[in-house]
Write a protein that binds this ligand. Sequence first.
Ligand code: KIV
Ligand code: ZN
Length: 519
Amino acid sequence: MSKEQQNNTDKIYIFDTTLRDGEQSPGATMTLEEKLQIAEALDDMGVDIIEAGFPIASNGDFAAVSEISKRSKNSVIAGLARAIPADIDRAGEAVKFAKRGRIHTFVSTSPIHLAHQMKKSQDEVLEIVTKTVSQARNLIDDVEWSGMDATRTPVEFLARCTEAAIKAGATTINIPDTVGYSTPEDYYQLIFDIISMVPNSDKAIFSTHCHNDLGMAVANSLAGVRAGARQVECTINGLGERAGNAALEEIVMALQTRADALPYHTNIDATHLSKASKIVSLAANFPVQYNKAIVGKNAFAHESGIHQDGMLKNAQTYEIMTPESVGLKQTSYVMGKHSGRHAFKKKLAELGYELGDNQFQEAFVRFKDLADRKKNVYDEDIIALVDDEMGSAGDKIKLLELEVVSKTGGEHRCFIKLDVDGEEVSLTENGEGSVDAIFNAIKKAVGANPHLLLYGVDAVTGGTDAQANAQVRLEMNDKIVSGRATEPDTLVASARAYLSAYNRLLVDSGAAAQGAMSG
Ligand code: KIV
Ligand code: ZN
């Protein structure tokens, strides 16, 4: 442990893995630009360590980790590596430009992984730990070692691996609940036992990494902290494999709001949380569940009469933290067709958006168009409209025209005109229903047949004039991507959501290679 770490024993280091474990969520593939934007937001918010990717997984991942390393201001930049020499070298190469870089190497330790996946004995794994951590330590001073599936590993063996990793030079030891199986009591005990049993444990920082399969990732991480862990691995919006990872915003706000019960602090400026959540949701094309703690649309909404009455008398009656504390700005006025350019700009600033001139102009034209069709344009409408505008910038294929004819019990026909990389393509196609006809028409126009994994629509606000928010998830050549679009018309939203996903399929970001690893 460094001097700084020893002097800060109540400090919890926040290790964000949105760009690595988060990106492993099916459909959450992000472009390089999006990853850079997220890394900048994490750095500005005060994240101590950003796990920027898995450099050996693809050229795209390598480029993201090395570019984020070059640009990082304060955060340590980590690259993930399996316990394989080529992985470790590649991770070392990717993080070498960072002011402070880290190699994070992992190997499975549980009997079930050893028997079925690794086909190795415990002694062989111990040897691998020493060799790989030593190799990483020869490349860089900051090395993290993780025992994959640690929570299903006999504690004596995990302790031996931990001792060997620290002896070989690991400065952080991560104890992952890879399959989200632990309870807070189990996890507390495991961290406590490992720290107590390992003779050189004072030479490393211990870390939590909890998955949310049973909905206990945050509770488990906090139990780990109480037992002595001083680093928490987490993701924005809880993004991650399967049910996701512990949510960064929940960890941070639990520590901030319940400092009486959890007397620790982080370096995070919580007023950046809402904005970061929005950026990640948009980049990963993963909507945030309405009632998600801290960053959900309803997290600070009070609907029942009794609650509203209490809130009007004193906000503390039903509010344990303020919306402002997580960066939500209370905006005062509803926009409409008489609102001009100046009011629109002011509203965007209140909602936390900074648009370039061209993007502002495009968003303003769409806002005026919407205000002509809809009496009141609410904040939710503007957020959806701007997110849509930002999300579709740079698309190669754009919708120019759509006409759908649907008859009860009869045919469903779609005429579509697309701009395909500067060329107009138009045709007519039939389907089992309106949306089927639209998707068939797009597939024919682009000459591809991706597998549709998900299609859904919800309304941005109430009322029959509400905008529709459509979501589409597609799979092709082992790559899964999601797309979203918001439009006053449900069918146009559906067509644009399909195109948004298809445009992502055209961008190579190495999702296929990532599918090869777990956790
Ligand atoms: O869940 C897990 O075990 C992981 C490791 C790679 C740390 O993500
Ligand atoms: Zn994981």
